[in-house]
Structures are given as C-alpha cells and as structure tokens.
Design a protein around this ligand. Structure first.
Ligand SMILES: Cc1cc2nc3c(=O)[nH]c(=O)nc-3n(C[C@H](O)[C@H](O)[C@H](O)COP(=O)(O)OP(=O)(O)OC[C@H]3O[C@@H](n4cnc5c(N)ncnc54)[C@H](O)[C@@H]3O)c2cc1C
Length: 309
C-alpha cells in the first residue's frame, strides 16, 4: 500500500491529511506528543481575522470557507463572528452601536473603534482530534535516509525505522529547525491565556495588540504577544500586561490559566515550503498558521504532484 507519511500532527499536518484523504490517498501521521491536547497548534486561539493576514487577506477569506465546510464534514463547532478592533480594520463603529452589540465591554470614549464583519472561530481541539485519526503518537522522527534523491526511511525516537514507499510531508512547525537547516525560519513564543467571565462577549476583540474571544459559555481566551525565542518558560510580566489590558475593558475573573505555544515565520515574511527530496516536502505555517494552512497546503501539494510520481 502506497501511503503518504505526515510528520507532525499540528494544523498543517491535519489539513494535509484531510486534503490527501479527499484525493483517496492513504495517510499516516507521526506525532511526538502523547495527546492532541498537547499539540503546539492547540495553543492557537483558533480565530481567522482576514485583515491580520496582510497581503494574504483574500486567501484567508477563502480559508474561512474551507473551515466552515470542514466543520460541517466533521461535526465541529464554529462561530462566524465580527472583529471589533482599535486598529483601522473594516468600518468605524459608534460607541452607541458598540454598546448595543457588546453591552459588557467598556472602551474609553476617546478611542475610535472599527468593525470587520467576516471572521471565524472554531473548536480547534475537536478539529485536530477528528482530522488526526490515523496517528502514531508519542513517536518523534529523529532522522531519515535518502537514496537517489528520495527519502526511503524514517528513524524514530523509539529506535524503530519506518520504510517509506510514498511521499513524506514534514509539517513539523516550530521544531522544523531540529531536522532541517532551513535558512530564514524564525520561531516566536506566545502565551495562550484562559480565564472565566460570566459577562457577554459576542465578537472577537483586537485591542491594544491583544486578541480575545469567548470560547465557551464562561471561558475567555486571550492571545497576547509574540517574542522571538524558543524558550518555553512563562513570561509573567507579559501575561499580567495582557490580562490587565483585557480587564480594563471587559471583566475577567481572577482565575487564569496560561500555556506557551509557538508560531513560525520566515524573516522574508513568507511561509516556508521546501522540497527536500523528490518525494518530500517541508511545510510550516507563517504567523497565523491556522488561518493560512489551507492555501499553504494547496500550494505545497501542487509542488509535490508536479515533481514526483
Ligand atoms: C498563543 C497563540 C495563539 C495563536 N492564535 C492563532 C489564531 O488565532 N489564528 C491563527 O491562524 N494562528 C494562531 N496562532 C499560530 C498557530 O498556532 C501556528 O501558526 C500553528 O500552530 C502552526 O501550525 P503547524 O502545523 O505549522 O505547526 P505546529 O503547531 O508547531 O505543529 C507541528 C507538530 O509537529 C510535531 N512535531 C514536530 N517535530 C516532530 C518530529 N520530528 N516528529 C514527530 N512530530 C513532530 C509537534 O509536536 C507539533 O505538534 C497562534 C499561536 C499562538 C502561540
């Protein structure tokens, strides 16, 4: 059986799996973490805010369509929401209108606020669970063998070797640098903060550089910062700053949960797709990796098709 091996079960690996399965291909994912809950992509706030995609905004809009379809296909909860922002995205909104839409948010009168109406939140943990069915967990790929410009074997941390008879996609995200010397690849740390609030919050907020939204009836999640480092320690100053910023306009409880996650980006501000053998690609997301995964994966798979049998 010819099978595509996907190394890394984050959002990029999961989208590769979905798209290949749609083409009737067999896939196997190898993931070093023990549970979907622990995956780096699960630190994402799982929002698509097209204006934050910069010149890839149109493509991020098409990602919304892709994820809405995917959510229906796999029975995953999603919410089409607006983004309310202190940055000029979309159209200006009056304070009265804001109060009508978000009765429990209090923004200083002196600040102009804007609304952008096409954004999405979805239950990413459920999506990863559903998309990564054929997965070998708790196994890290630590090396590979190449013959005649084709990857023929993968070496696993357990000591086992896996023979490769099809293509290999390395969707190894922030750990790509452990296996490949790809110039330009940068890793940014961010904190995902969760708190509770019994107040209403209907939209995604982008305020003073922090993004926050209500995920469940009482859980608010905040994505706050990005610092160029691979260090996974919590930076309490940054967490305090994020919580205080959100709290200044919307009431949160004192119970805070924090996890650290990573984004990759390239210094040339482009995502990374590299063909490293005739049958192998490296794909990593760029900053808003969840928003961008669908079109990055399409571009990458096109490259594989044109170059391998
Ligand atoms: C706090 C925070 C909030 C964010 N919010 C958003 C958001 O709202 N919207 C958005 O679009 N983006 C968001 N992002 C960015 C998004 O999370 C990342 O861009 C995305 O996770 C990248 O996905 P990926 O699949 O490329 O890589 P990763 O998520 O890094 O996944 C790679 C996976 O591969 C596994 N792996 C790596 N090496 C190996 C190996 N050798 N063998 C086996 N397994 C391996 C890892 O364990 C990991 O699970 C956020 C990031 C952070 C930190």
């Amino acid at each position: 059986m010819v099978e595509t091996i996907i190394v890394g079960g984050g959002i990029v690996g999961a989208v590769v799996a979905d798209k290949l399965q749609d083409m009737n291909k067999d896939v196997k994912i190898i993931e070093k973490e023990r549970k979907v809950k622990q995956l780096n992509s699960n630190r994402s706030i799982w929002a698509i805010i097209p204006p934050l995609c910069g010149d890839l905004m149109e493509k991020c809009l098409s990602s919304i369509d892709y994820y809405v379809q995917l959510s229906h296909k796999y029975g995953v909860i999603y919410k089409e929401m607006s983004v309310i922002s202190d940055k000029q995205i979309g159209r200006e909104i009056s304070m009265n209108k804001l109060k009508e839409i978000e009765p429990d948010v209090t923004v200083p009168e002196s600040i102009k606020m804007y609304i952008y109406e096409r954004a999405l939140y979805l239950d990413g943990e459920k999506l990863l669970e559903k998309l990564t069915k054929n997965i070998m967990i708790n196994e890290e790929v630590i090396g590979y063998e190449i013959k005649d410009n084709k990857i023929t074997k993968l070496h696993l941390s357990s000591g086992e070797n896996i023979s490769v008879n099809g293509d290999v996609i390395f969707s190894t995200g922030y750990l790509t640098g452990k296996l490949f010397d790809i110039k330009d690849l940068e890793v940014y740390k961010g904190h995902l903060i969760s708190s509770s609030s019994s107040f209403t919050l209907n939209n995604i907020f982008f305020y003073n550089g922090k993004i926050f939204l209500k995920r469940r009836s009482s859980e608010v999640i905040i994505s706050s910062d990005a610092e160029k480092t691979t260090d996974n320690k919590i930076n309490y100053e940054k967490v305090k700053d994020a919580v205080n910023t959100v709290n200044s306009i919307y009431p949160l409880s004192h119970r805070i949960l924090v996890s650290v996650g990573f984004r990759t980006a390239s210094s040339s501000k482009k995502y990374v797709i590299e063909k490293i053998a005739e049958n192998a690609l490296v794909i990593t997301g760029f900053r808003f990796g969840f928003a961008m995964a669908p079109f990055i994966v399409d571009e990458a798979l096109g490259l594989l098709k044109s170059g391998s049998s």
